[in-house]
Design a protein around this ligand. Structure first.
Ligand SMILES: Nc1nc2c(c(=O)[nH]1)N[C@H]1C(S)=C(S)[C@@H](COP(=O)(O)O)O[C@H]1N2
Ligand SMILES: [Mo]
Length: 506
């Protein structure tokens, strides 16, 4: 038992020292990538997760999938350290090798994170060095007490080891405090930031919000807005050090800082953001008013060279999206967005700046914490999700959803408001119809049309009769095309099919 404690103490000191140093480096802004070996391994794991495992994790843990990953890693680490402790008794050499190997895994992850630089290695190297030294010391101390486990000496050793383990935990906590201090700096910058007024503000037309209880609001508040990204911890980006660089197939490389961005004429655009992972009837989408500077203006300053057809945007954490150049240069309001519903972006939604491109799924366009735009070609570059089984191009597919009643609800007979949203980004919705059981398609009443880039609410007044019923919805876009009934899963380029719900009327 005391040997296991030795292994755990060595692990705690290794991780604690590494996390403390990583926290300090991050706090000082001296890092290029992710200096914490634990977070780097987690991030590397996320990047290499095969699609089936990702789907399993999301369906099992939902948006807590990252917490589940961290807990899983902690369990594996504790088990590995216990084994190191046992080995220390019988095969001390091997124990040192196993701890060193864990360090090598951490180091490999740290050094392969996007933007990694040599300094990022320091926390892992020093942490592992301390752990190895501790293991050697523990071995020397424990072999000098060949007496029974219950002896006073062994009890003292055990207490010392527990103390060392607690010390390791304290170091980790101090590292966490350094990170929290960085978070407060970003939080303070966010609170100081006053969202600029624009010359022509977006207005929400009267009647766009139908106000049916339980239906998704026409404009979704930031705190309720869905969040999807690959970041294990939310990146904390200080506007004071933020830069956005445009390079690649351009006449001149342009780099702007936060002050420069804020000096540009800002625009507002109402855009419904959509996740390609959304299942039919799912809620991975939301509509907001975004404030920002059109991407095309920045591209104009750089001067796009002929032959380019894609812009690869990169975030501080290495996520990339490949957006068709055309979608960023045509008349649509593709923005370098700095505000959502006239509030600064929250760190979760990309503070200080992100991209928003009407008509394209988020994975090929909506890069949060964006710092780099490379003008390039689809033939030469690809975004994060393309080699992971998703299509290189991701125009949003027309779809519609029933928000109320909820699937499986028991409702009272009489007049029931069936309501939801429908979208056909950048084309616009012309009509929505509802079908009860095998009856005819019947027209729903649409909320006022704000823009072709936003969804529309709809409501249908249903005379519900007792029994079990199935409700289905379909939309028609402005070109006259109807939403397809053909079912497709989210991968590789977006789900299709009718949203159907089943209700019991009493
Ligand atoms: N940096 C970064 N930006 C990202 C992603 C990401 O993983 N990392 N995910 C994209 C995806 S898949 C979607 S759907 C949208 C979601 O934006 P939201 O979280 O603000 O709703 O962000 C996009 N931008
Ligand atoms: Mo997404």
């Amino acid at each position: 038992m005391v040997w296991v404690l030795g292994g755990l103490a060595a692990g705690a000191i290794t991780a604690g020292l590494a996390e403390l140093l990583a926290g300090l480096l991050t706090r000082l802004g001296w890092v290029g990538g992710e200096p914490s070996p634990v977070l780097a391994v987690g991030a590397a794991f996320i990047d290499r997760t095969p699609p089936w495992l990702k789907d399993f994790a999301i369906s099992t843990f939902g948006t807590h999938d990252k917490t589940a990953l961290l807990v899983g890693m902690a369990v594996v680490l504790v088990a590995a350290c216990a084994v190191v402790g046992l080995l220390l008794r019988a095969r001390p050499q091997l124990a040192l090798v196993v701890l060193a190997l864990l360090g090598v895994v951490g180091l490999a992850a740290v050094l392969t994170r996007p933007g990694a630089q040599p300094l990022d290695a320091v926390p892992t190297v020093l942490g592992v060095a301390a752990g190895l030294a501790l293991l050697t010391g523990v071995r020397r101390a424990l072999v000098r007490e060949p007496v029974a486990e219950s002896s006073g000496a062994t009890r003292r050793s055990a207490l010392t080891l527990v103390g060392l383990g607690v010390a390791g935990g304290a170091l980790t906590a101090l590292g966490g405090r350094a990170l929290a201090a960085g978070q407060r700096t970003v939080q303070a910058a966010r609170e100081r930031f006053v969202v600029p007024r624009v010359a022509r503000p977006v207005t929400v037309p009267a009647g766009a919000e139908l106000g049916v209880p339980g239906s998704t609001p026409f404009v979704v508040p930031q705190r309720d807005f869905y969040r999807i990204d690959t970041a294990l911890v939310v990146p904390q980006v200080d506007p004071a050090t933020w830069r956005l660089r445009v390079h690649g197939m351009v006449d001149r490389t342009v780099e702007i800082d936060w002050e420069t961005l804020l000096s540009k004429p800002m625009q507002e655009a109402m855009v419904t953001l959509m996740c390609v992972s959304n299942e039919v009837g799912g809620d991975l989408n939301g509509n907001a008013i975004w404030t920002g500077w059109p991407v095309r203006e920045l591209l104009r300053e750089a001067g796009v060279r002929p032959g380019a057809d894609m812009v690869l945007s990169t975030s501080t954490d290495g996520f990339t999206a490949g957006t068709p150049l055309e979608a960023l240069t045509d008349e649509r309001n593709a923005l370098i967005a700095i505000a959502m519903n006239r509030e600064p972006l929250t760190p979760e939604h990309g503070f200080p700046a992100r991209l928003v491109v009407p008509g394209l799924y988020g994975y090929v366009s909506a890069t949060k914490w964006v710092t780099d735009l490379k003008v390039t070609r689809f033939a030469d570059d690809e975004g994060y999700w393309t080699p992971r089984g998703w299509s290189a191009r991701g125009p949003v597919k027309m779809s519609s959803r029933i928000d109320v009643p909820g699937g499986g609800d028991r409702i009272a007979a009489g007049t029931v408001a069936v309501a939801g949203v429908a979208w056909a980004q950048h084309t616009g919705i012309r009509a929505v119809q509802v079908r009860v059981d095998d009856g005819p398609w019947q027209a729903a009443r649409l909320g006022a049309d704000a823009t072709v880039d936003a969804w529309r609410q709809w409501v249908f007044s249903w005379r519900a009769t007792p029994g079990e019923h199935t409700l289905a919805v379909r939309a028609q876009d402005r070109t006259g095309a109807w939403q397809t009934e053909e079912e497709a899963p989210p991968a590789p380029d977006g789900s299709t099919g009718y949203h159907r719900i089943y209700v019991v009327v009493q």
